[in-house]
Ligand binder design. Structure first.
Ligand SMILES: [Fe+2]
Ligand SMILES: [Fe+2]
Length: 274
């Protein structure tokens, strides 16, 4: 097996979405095989690019230029699946980037196991969404996509605790809040393929948030800092926006995110005025 950080780098350097996810699955399988023969396979050290390679399409545009379509319409459903596919492709890179950038740090080997597992699942999620788009006669790249999605990764490139706070514990937790509404929307349209894909995504994302919380708490424990105020300070510094209720209290609890972590960061006045 190649060093794990080298495998992570190869995924980050692959531009095409389907090729990226195929390599991601292959590397995840190689890591699991190596882990079953060897307690601690080589992790190595990489210098990942600030931005991963991406396909020529979709065009990446400012969020206000991503076309909005009526949520209940067929075009609206395609736009939503396209947006989810884009999120999943970013998530593949985000998880391999954690390994490439921070894998060499002195951490229990379970840190690598968790993020390889998450990256492997994100690769499945991207392919599921591409399959749904293709079943509707569209494809990933057919519409413009949100350009800002890698910003959180760039801003937290030097700080693992900030990366864990912002990516799994804020962004992926937000996925837990909004996915049930999306599933309902596709269920009302009898889009059974998309419902099944989103249910898989929803079930597996809980663990990604949980990995974030687990390793955030581990690092706080090792640095002897109080997790809750540390989380609040990092999110305020790196996320730049209040968190949007309503929150999925139940799934957030399953993922090890208690309410006193997220409510103090919520956009209360605006939410109440809606
Ligand atoms: Fe995902
Ligand atoms: Fe995820």
């Amino acid at each position: 097996m190649k060093p794990l950080t080298q495998m992570a780098l190869e995924v980050l350097q692959t531009a095409d979405g389907r090729e990226k996810t195929a390599l991601s699955h292959a590397h995840a399988a190689a890591w699991r095989a190596a882990r079953s023969d060897d307690a601690r396979p080589e992790i190595g050290r990489a210098a990942p690019p600030l931005q991963p390679a991406r396909p020529a399409k979709p065009d990446l545009v400012s969020p206000r230029d991503v076309p909005r379509r009526k949520p209940g319409s067929p075009e609206g459903r395609i736009a939503m699946m396209h947006a989810v596919a884009h999120i999943e492709l970013n998530a593949v890179d985000l998880h391999w980037d954690v390994i490439a950038r921070f894998g060499h740090l002195d951490l229990p080997i379970g840190f690598c196991d968790d993020w390889v597992q998450a990256a492997d699942e994100e690769s499945k999620h991207f392919n599921l969404m591409c399959d749904c788009l293709e079943a509707e006669g569209s494809f990933y790249g057919a519409l413009p996509a949100h350009a800002g999605m890698w910003r959180a990764a760039e801003e937290t490139a030097d700080d693992l605790m900030a990366r864990l706070a912002v990516v799994p514990m804020v962004l992926e937790a937000r996925g837990l809040d909004v996915t049930p509404g999306m599933i309902d929307l596709f269920r009302r349209a009898h889009a059974t393929g998309a419902v099944a894909a989103l249910e898989t995504i929803y079930a597996e994302e809980v663990a990604h948030v949980a990995y974030g919380s687990k390793w955030f708490h581990f690092l706080c424990g090792r640095e002897n800092c109080d997790p809750k105020p540390t989380f609040h300070a990092l999110v305020r510094r790196y996320f730049h926006a209040p968190l949007k209720p309503p929150f999925n209290t139940e799934k957030r609890a399953d993922a090890g995110l208690p309410p006193d972590f997220y409510w103090p960061l919520a956009d209360l006045p605006k939410a109440q005025s809606k």
